[in-house]
Design a protein around this ligand. Structure first.
Ligand code: PAF
Length: 284
């Protein structure tokens, strides 16, 4: 596995692969890899000859209250996992390499970035689209893989890719969960044992909504109430948002007539967790 740290190194590496007519896959990450990331690598390997995985804790997608310095990092382990997973090149840029002094250009998607995490984390998606656009330009992948756990991010990236005519196929990988249902996230490391138990309220809330839907409930407010009730059982959990939107348009829905997406962000202790699930009414 090659380790690349600067944009010129990436360009040279990619150029060499292209001369050999290889298809390139990209898995952008912020490191502290877990089984969810490794499932994205598998998807990329199925679609490309060589997979580049980037590890970059992108400072511009963190707001003042987001604890950039406290974001978990474990580069040695990340390297080992990438090697074992068959990653061809690990891209480990420094912040200075990607945002040299005087950097003043950003990429912003303005429709799907509204609401949900977009409202709670101003500037977050602008930071995400800027770094992903830069990575697309550097790596020039044929295919890039992102996780469905970050559903709004995935939608924003799909839109940016379409709007800016990036010739990149966007593939979304399913959310990978711990055995008890907790969605995998690097942030789970911040939870103590008690909070770890309480963090299950997110997956339980989504399950409860899905069960109520199966039982015939189509009213979004009623399904949201079911989820809120489930979250309230965890004393250290505080709802940030809890919404049901149309899966295509991301507009809030009042009555579920076609596939919708339930999304929630919940603070458990000091850790903000997100999760989501598709809600598909019977007969679709
Ligand atoms: O999902 C993430 O880990 C990040 O937002 C991403 C896509 C790597 C951009 O920094």
């Amino acid at each position: 596995m090659d380790i690349l740290t600067t944009p010129p190194e990436v360009r040279a590496w990619v150029g060499e692969r292209r001369r050999r007519a290889q298809r390139i896959g990209l898995v952008p990450t912020m490191g502290c890899l877990h089984a969810g990331h490794l499932s994205l690598v598998r998807l990329a390997r199925q679609r490309a000859d060589a997979v580049v995985l980037s590890v970059f804790v992108n400072p511009i997608q963190f707001g003042p209250g987001d604890n950039l310095a406290g974001y978990p990092r474990d580069l040695e382990r990340d390297q080992r996992l990438c090697r074992e997973a068959g990653v061809a090149a690990l891209f480990l840029p420094s912040a200075e390499a990607l945002y040299p002094a005087g950097h003043s250009t950003f990429v912003e998607e303005v429709w799907f970035s509204r609401g949900l995490c977009g409202d709670r984390r101003p500037g977050h998606f602008k930071g995400v689209t800027t770094i992903v656009a830069k990575l697309f330009n550097l790596v020039q992948p044929d295919v890039a893989v992102f996780g469905r756990k970050d559903a709004q991010q995935a939608r924003v990236i799909q839109q940016m890719t379409r709007d800016l005519d990036f010739p990149v196929e966007i593939v979304l990988g399913p959310t990978v969960r711990e055995a008890d249902g907790l969605a995998m996230s690097s942030r789970n490391q911040h939870l103590n044992a008690d909070q770890r138990r309480q963090a299950l309220c997110l997956a339980r809330a989504l399950d409860a909504a899905a069960r109520r839907l199966t039982a015939g409930e189509r009213n979004a407010a009623a399904l949201i109430a079911v989820m809120r009730e489930e979250i309230s059982r965890a004393p250290q959990a505080r709802v940030d948002y809890l919404e049901i939107v149309d899966n295509e348009t991301f507009e809030p829905v009042a009555t579920l007539k076609r596939t919708a997406l339930a999304l929630l962000a919940v603070h458990v202790g000091g850790t903000r967790l997100i999760d989501n699930a598709l809600l598909t009414p019977d007969g679709l």
